[in-house]
Design a protein around this ligand. Structure first.
Ligand SMILES: NC(=O)c1ccc[n+]([C@@H]2O[C@H](COP(=O)([O-])OP(=O)(O)OC[C@H]3O[C@@H](n4cnc5c(N)ncnc54)[C@H](OP(=O)(O)O)[C@@H]3O)[C@@H](O)[C@H]2O)c1
Length: 386
């Protein structure tokens, strides 16, 4: 029986992780649940999974849970999230955004197995996360479907920058293309929030759904792949694959390509991450080969979807540039969700923020928090001026 700490339990990945745990109560025990504000959802989760500890990042939400569940430990506040790592065997980081960074770092520094959905922590904190990964017994098992696919194609091999694999020619990340695939720049000027929130193949939280519509999600995943597998940016490529059946591929130096395929269901990479290095029966993700009539691949449109290009540029710059990219994107997406800017303004705002990048080195943890803070300040100033 493995004890699991699930952070971000009330979101899309959190709820799907609990589906997997519910189907495998003989293997996994939920020891800790953590979330932000969603009191109603977590109440039901506590009643069903009976965790020892619950953490609410929001203090008011924490107070409500504490009053109702006197028999369990309830902590609240953003800083309390780090306490979640504790004595659990696996930490699932399913928090959205930069707020997930302290948990990623604490889990790795304590030598835990980290099932990582929160890509933003790896992107923003790259060089510092790399150091934390060196801790004895620390391990990241990616939950993102593309990186789970790469992890599977590479049989779990995760390289570091000091020791890159000599046998990989390229990593090929697949992208569904999002709801606006094929639209021209002129057509993209008119897209609405409702349209951007309608993803053709995946049902996800609002932030990643918008990121998918701009292809920033794929850009972030390029940086995530670089950080996880130590492959240079020139050897990480993106192909659009609208069916979302092939989740990513590795081409080796002998021109052989290994791909991972399944139906688009996040419970499959979650099952893989929780059971790694073993495989477990899964009721999700099985392909009906009589219904799959075509698998298409095409080039992404870097001009209409400038976020992808911006992510490659920030990744190549390195140091705290990806933290700036991530912060600028979080501010832009939030502003779009609040109807403060248009969809087409998202890449412009991010590009304007990156033009102000101060070149700060990522030497210690605080450099990442400062970079994030500075980039958000710059983004808000630029928005106020417009
Ligand atoms: N959804 C997917 O299919 C998918 C696929 C691949 C990767 N991912 C990645 O997985 C992560 C989660 O995505 P999601 O779609 O599940 O997001 P989501 O549905 O928006 O859920 C986010 C979760 O994070 C919690 N949260 C938000 N802010 C927090 C804070 N400051 N402190 C603590 N908890 C906080 C939320 O709690 P409350 O709601 O209670 O406030 C919620 O439980 C993201 O990094 C995303 O890129 C998601």
């Amino acid at each position: 029986m493995k004890d699991v700490a699930l952070l971000g339990s009330t979101g899309s990945i959190g709820i799907q992780t609990l589906d997997v745990v519910r189907a495998n109560t003989d293997k996994f025990n939920i020891k800790v649940l953590a979330a932000g504000t969603s009191v109603e959802i977590i109440r039901n989760q506590i009643a069903e999974f009976r965790p020892e500890t619950v953490i609410m990042a929001d203090n008011d939400a924490g107070r409500l849970i504490k009053d109702q569940f006197t028999e369990i430990t309830v902590l609240s506040g953003q800083d309390a999230l780090k306490e979640s790592v504790g004595s659990s065997d696996i930490i699932v980081n399913a928090i959205v955004g930069f707020a997930g960074l302290p948990v990623t770092l604490t889990a790795l520094n304590e030598g835990k197995i980290l099932a990582l959905a929160n890509k933003e922590s790896l992107i923003a904190g790259g060089p510092i996360v790399q150091k934390a990964r060196m801790t004895k017994s620390a391990m990241i098992i990616p939950v993102d479907s593309e990186h789970s696919a790469l992890h599977q194609c590479l049989h779990g091999y995760q390289s570091t920058f000091n020791e890159p694999s000599q046998s990989i020619r390229q990593l090929i990340l697949t992208a569904s293309g999002g709801p606006f695939r094929g639209l021209t720049l002129q057509e993209l000027e008119k897209v609405t929030l409702d349209e951007a929130l309608m993803h053709p193949t995946w049902n996800m939280g609002p932030k990643i759904t918008i990121d998918s519509s701009t292809l920033m999600n794929k850009g972030l995943e390029v940086i995530e792949a670089h950080e996880l597998f130590g492959v240079p940016y020139s050897e990480i490529n993106v192909v659009v694959h609208p069916q979302s059946i092939v989740h990513s591929m590795v081409e080796f130096i002998d021109s052989s390509v290994i791909a991972q395929l399944s139906m688009p269901d996040m419970r499959l990479p979650i099952t893989y991450a929780l059971n790694y290095p073993n495989r477990n029966d899964s009721q999700w993700g099985s392909i009906n080969w009589h219904q799959i009539t075509k698998l298409e691949f095409e080039q992404p449109d870097f001009e209409s979807f400038a976020c992808l290009k911006l992510a490659y540029q920030a990744g190549e710059t390195g140091q705290t540039a990806p933290a700036w990219l991530n912060a600028a994107n979080e501010v832009a997406v939030e502003a779009f969700l609040q109807h403060q800017i248009m969809w087409v303004d998202i890449p412009h705002l991010i590009a304007d923020v990156l033009d102000n990048y101060d070149g700060r080195q990522a030497i210690e943890e605080n450099d990442i928090y400062e970079a994030d803070k500075q980039a958000r300040l710059v983004a808000r100033k630029i928005m106020e001026r417009k």
